[in-house]
Design a protein around this ligand. Structure first.
Ligand code: ADP
Length: 665
């Protein structure tokens, strides 16, 4: 398996570079996004400024043109006046014509060389005096012999600013008076500047002190953003035309383009942030998953239980470390394989195939023991638990098995069984030792009887040899007695032999009567020795049981011996040992009833424990073996106090069925 950690480390190392390039690109993109509108704004500003300059220039030229036209008209009039002054009416008409052509004209004066007013037109001025600077202007004009303007004057709260134009007149080189034209600067602005320009710009004419002397603001006051100043090139007067656009600085979001650029940038930033958050969450989830996976793998690898997953077709999809160790094969030789599997032991192949057919049919045995063959051929006993493998949507996708290596348990069980067998054998031998010593003692009796009966018979025959007639009855009785005693001795020996000989239980249909009869002689031997009266009360009809006869005899012998020993200390008339039996629909019960010392509660607790004995020479194995033997037959062994004093031990066994079989467990 590849190590996923090394890959991860490489990915971590590459991470800074992976992020740097897109980050730089995004920053660049954002910089361009924000630079573009700024640049557009700059361009618009420049364009508007240039437009304003051009327009201002045009207005200045228009003003200039208007004044020049008026200058020329005045010069023509002056020339005519010098040459031959027209009659006053004609002069007035010409002056009126000039006023018509130049609405900005407020007054025209014809002055004599002495400064006397020879003619005038337009007298609606608040003061009739010319401009304060007129004298200087006249001086300069006369010196230069050219028309000259005064500085603007007369601007007040209610009076508009005026401007005088002084034109000296010469006749034959001699000063011949002058013409003075007075203009209203306000009217000049109003009449000369077209409405569309005045709508977009606040216009003003400033004097040399930058004080406004005339203004026009049809579209409202200027904003001070786009401004331009241009001097009106008038000889003698310093008047500046100032324009101030009523338009604001271009806003940063003037159009759809900039708006959409901002929206796009915001959208990009948001989606980047969402993507970033999503990636961070994914990375966090990935890290948590990796951690979980590592934890799960560590857990699975540390398990002692083998784990194996199969799909619905029986193909192995997963095995853990413990499973690989049980079968001695690496995962690559197992995952993806379908039966027959390499760990199937040939001797139980039939079982595997049967179980696998169950898997394909969708049914499994939830728990079973079987044997796996390790790769080195060693057989491994295992306990297998099967369960359906269900995915997150509740659909079954296969089967999951947990496999326990039960080699040690099996070994322990085997050891236990062997020890139990040994114990049983030694217990049996011990019992046999006791019994055989009693047997030897009791056999003396029949043997002595046989000996005396045969001696008697021989005597009869000897007497016949001497001529005494034979008494056949006497002879027959003696031989009959001897035969009976020999048979009894044989029965005792046979019973003991049977009991000791067998170690493996041999089940057969057994009648309780015959069991009791089988050990009756031996029981009687003990009862007689201990002065105990034996009462056997069995119902005539008892159903048979399926059992090992010798084992049942052993149980009965042990129970009767215990009963006899328990009565050793009681009065001889109470020493009665009863054997009774009863049957119901299910089972047959046999009770051994004594009138002995009974069983104290602390003794009762440990009664069936091996080697528990209250007797000086007791082995403490009797009841333990009895219970094992009875439970082996599917029965029970219990004890209860005898209401008459003493104890009642009862064992029950299932009835043998008609076919001769017993339902065990
Ligand atoms: P052992 O007879 O060698 O002591 P058992 O397993 O047969 O071993 O009996 C264990 C103990 O149970 C006895 O020592 C005795 O104290 C008690 N016991 C068994 N049967 C009886 C009985 N019928 N009455 C009183 N006590 C009994």
């Amino acid at each position: 398996m590849k190590n996923p950690f090394s890959l991860r480390r490489r990915a971590n190392l590459a991470r800074p570079w992976r992020w740097l390039v897109p980050l730089l690109l995004v920053l660049l993109f954002l910089a361009v996004l924000f630079w573009l509108p700024w640049q557009a704004r700059q361009m618009e500003t420049t364009e508007r400024q240039e437009q304003l300059i051009a327009d201002t220039l045009w207005v200045e030229q228009t003003l200039r043109f208007e004044l020049t036209r008026s200058e020329e008209a005045l010069a023509t009039l002056g020339t005519d006046l010098v040459r031959k002054p027209p009659p006053p009416a004609v002069l007035q008409a010409r002056m009126a014509q000039m006023f018509k052509n130049g609405p900005e004209l407020r007054r025209v004066l014809w002055l004599s060389p002495d400064g006397e007013v020879l003619a005038r037109h337009g007298s609606d001025l608040p003061q009739d005096t010319p401009a304060p600077s007129l004298t200087d202007t006249q001086e300069m004009a006369r010196l230069t012999r050219a028309g000259r303007y005064t500085e603007p004057y007369g601007a007040g709260a209610h009076s508009p600013a005026l401007l005088d134009y002084y034109l000296p007149l010469y006749r034959g080189g001699a000063y011949a008076g002058s013409l003075v034209a007075t203009y209203s600067l306000k009217v000049l602005l109003d009449e000369t500047v077209p409405w569309w320009f005045a709508q977009d710009n606040a216009l003003s004419l400033l004097d040399r002190n930058d004080a406004p002397v005339a203004a026009r603001a049809d579209g409202g006051p200027g904003r001070g953003v786009y401004t331009h100043r241009r001097a009106l090139d008038l000889p003698g007067a310093s008047i500046v035309l100032a324009t101030d656009s009523v338009k604001n600085a271009p806003r940063l979001l003037p159009n759809l383009l900039v708006g959409s650029v901002i929206v796009l940038a915001l959208g990009l930033l948001m989606s980047l942030m969402t993507l970033w958050r999503h990636i961070s969450r994914t990375l966090a989830a990935e890290a948590a998953l990796r951690q979980q996976m590592a934890f799960r793998t560590a857990m699975e690898n540390s398990l002692m239980t083998g784990l194996r997953a199969r799909d619905l077709e029986g193909r192995v999809t997963y095995v853990n470390k413990a499973f690989c160790e049980i079968v001695g094969l690496p995962p690559e030789e197992l995952v993806g394989r379908k039966p027959p599997m390499p760990y199937w032991a040939p001797e139980v192949r039939g079982d595997y195939e049967q179980r696998f057919a169950g898997v394909l049919a969708g049914t499994v045995t939830p728990q079973f023991e079987t044997v796996f063959q390790r790769s080195d051929g060693v057989r491994v006993p295992v306990l297998v638990f099967e369960a359906p493998l269900v995915d997150s949507r509740g659909k079954q996708t296969g089967w999951m098995s947990s496999i326990l290596d039960i080699t040690d348990r099996k070994k322990a069980e085997e050891l236990n069984r062997q020890q139990q067998e040994k114990l049983e054998t030694s217990a049996r031998l011990a019992t046999m030792g006791e019994i055989s010593s009693m047997l030897a003692h009791e056999l003396n009796q029949p043997l002595a009887a046989i000996s005396s009966y045969t001696a008697g018979a021989l005597n009869v025959l000897e007497r016949a040899d001497k001529g005494v007639p034979i008494e056949p009855t006497l002879l027959r009785r003696a031989l009959e007695q001897a035969r009976q005693q020999a048979q009894r001795a044989g029965q005792i020996i046979k019973s003991v032999h049977e009991f000791v000989k067998k170690s493996e239980p041999q089940r057969e249909t057994v009648d309780i009567h015959s069991v009791v009869d089988g050990v009756r002689a031996l029981i009687e031997l003990q009862t007689r020795q201990s002065y105990v009266a034996l009462q056997i009360n069995l119902p005539a009809q008892l159903p048979p049981v399926l059992a090992d006869r010798v084992m049942l005899e052993q149980v009965l012998l042990n129970l009767t011996r215990n009963g006899i020993e328990a009565m050793a200390g009681v009065a001889p008339e109470r020493r009665i040992l009863q054997i009774t039996a009863a049957a119901d629909a299910a089972q047959v019960s046999v009770s051994v009833i004594d009138h002995g010392h009974g069983i104290a509660p602390d003794v009762a607790e440990r009664l069936f424990s091996p080697f528990f004995s209250t007797k000086a020479e007791g082995m403490g194995m009797g009841l333990s073996i009895c219970r094992t033997a009875i439970e082996f037959h599917g029965g029970t062994l219990n004890h209860a106090p005898n209401p008459d004093g003493g104890t009642v031990f009862t064992f029950s066994l299932p009835r043998s069925t008609a076919a001769g079989a017993v339902e065990l467990q």
